[in-house]
Every structure is written in C-alpha cells, then in structure tokens.
Ligand binder design. Structure first.
Ligand code: T3P
Ligand code: MG
Length: 253
C-alpha cells in the first residue's frame, strides 16, 4: 500500500516539475515567442509574436475581395442600356436592388435578375490589392484567415461560383478556408472584415470585431460601437496595423 502511495507521489512530483517548466510565466513567454515566429520572410512591421493563440481573421467576399458593385452596374447597363441606373458615386444603402426599386418597380425587378444570372459571381473582378493582401495575410505567422461569405437566397449559381471564384483567384488550397453562411454572427473569429454596415443574426454580440470595409454604398455610414473602418487594400492600407492591434488585445486577455 505504502509502495503505491510512494509511486503516486513520485509521479505527481514529476508532473509538477514538467508543468512548472512549461507553464511558469517566463517559460510560457519563451514558448510563445518561439512557436509563433513568422513563417515567411514578410518584411512588414509587425511586432514580435507574443500571443498564445492565432489571430482569426474572417474575410468577406463581395465588396471586400470581389467587386460586386462594379460588376452589377456594368451588367445592368449592358443589358438595359435605355433604363435609368445608379452611378457608383450615388450608391447608398447596402442592398443595390433597394435603390433600383426606388427608380421603378420594373427597374428593381430587372436589378434583381442581374445577380441571379449564371456567371455573375464567377465573373466578379477582384478588388484592387485584395488578392495580394489575402495571400500576405494567410502567410503571416500566428494568423488564420478564413473567407466568410453569404450566398444569395437564390443559390443555384451563387454557391458554386463563389467556390470557383476562390479557386480561380486564390487557388485550391483556399477551399479549406471557405465558410458559407447566411449568419456570420455565429462564426467564431477575432476580426470580420466586411462591407455590410449592420451585420445581425443569432449571436448578439458576435465574437468578432467588425472592420467595416469601405465601399461606395457605405462611405457615409457612421460607425457603430466597436466598429473600425478599413479604406481599401492599397497602397497605404491600415490592415496590417489593425491585425497587429487585435493581436495585442488578444495576447493581453
Ligand atoms: P458577401 O457575404 O460575400 O458580402 O447577400 C449575399 C451576398 O451577395 C453577400 O456576399 C453580399 C452580396 N450582395 C451585395 O454585396 N449587395 C447586394 O445588394 C446584394 C443583394 C448582395
Ligand atoms: Mg460583402
């Protein structure tokens, strides 16, 4: 009986020592710094890594990576050259159709048809600098990048074309990062970079902080509590600073 106790005690002491080595504050800091070194030779000015877990960034697709608004206008004008339209610098409100319905019921219905057509989502042009920024972000040590996008309700072409778009512009390996959801609030992330000003759903508040990506339709929107703004990807974009600041925040938690 005594032997059993002695063996158990020895095991406990051994585990305690191991625990101490791994988890005393100084060792823990060293461990963190060595495990989150940069994967590539990125030349940005990110601070030394000191976070115990990766930063999770959710990247919206339409309006952030892919130019929904530009493509919509181009197609509408090609298809209905004699109808009134809304120039990009007169866009306001997230849903493009709402502004077109204000021009007439028939114009609204035509607008709806534009993005439900086959090929609409696949043919979207990348937003300037978006592909380069997404790649760079994904290469950053300590950062996990996901694509977080909502399909339209008439999903026939949209869902598959969103995958095809990602494959075409970023490559097959990005399929692993794809999150398709109609409710982004239930997705667990640290930052959601999204052009929709008001993102609501089942989780209130969501876990992520909303980085409002500037688009024609949201230029004049006043930021709500906790939101920050990102004015594009080029060339002096603040995106690296925003990530760095969030990383600091989570390392202090
Ligand atoms: P994303 O989550 O990638 O931003 O609403 C479904 C998708 O279509 C969603 O994609 C947003 C985009 N969308 C616009 O950006 N503007 C619109 O007016 C409409 C109807 C959809
Ligand atoms: Mg969007």
């Amino acid at each position: 009986m005594q032997n059993i106790h002695q063996t158990a005690c020895r095991k406990l002491v051994k585990h305690f020592k191991l625990y101490n080595e791994l988890f005393n504050p100084q060792q823990r800091r060293l461990l963190r710094e060595t495990t989150v070194q940069r994967r590539t030779s990125f030349s940005g000015k990110m601070a030394p890594r000191n976070s115990s877990r990766n930063l999770r960034v959710l990247l919206d697709m339409d309006g952030v990576l892919a130019d929904f608004e530009g493509q919509f206008l181009k197609r509408f004008r090609e298809k209905y050259p004699h109808d009134p339209f809304v120039p990009l610098d007169e866009r306001s409100g997230f849903y493009v159709t709402k502004q077109y319905y204000a021009l007439g019921q028939d114009i609204g219905t035509k607008a709806f048809g534009i993005y439900e057509e086959k090929g609409f989502f696949l043919d979207l042009q990348p937003i300037d600098g978006a592909i380069e920024a997404a790649r760079e972000m994904a290469e950053m040590e300590g950062v996990d990048v996901y694509i977080c996008t909502s399909p339209i309700k008439k999903y026939t072409h949209c869902v598959v074309e969103k995958y095809q778009w990602l494959d075409k512009h970023l490559g097959k390996e990005w399929m692993e990062r794809m999150i398709l959801t109609r409710d982004k609030t239930v997705i667990n992330g640290d930052l959601l970079i999204d052009d929709k000003p008001n993102i609501t759903g089942g989780m209130n508040p969501p876990k992520w902080q909303h980085v409002l990506f500037t688009s024609y339709h949201n230029r004049d929107v006043v930021l709500q509590d906790g939101q920050i703004r990102l004015d594009g990807w080029l060339p002096h974009s603040r995106w690296r600073d925003i990530l760095e600041q969030k990383r600091q925040e989570i390392s202090e938690q």
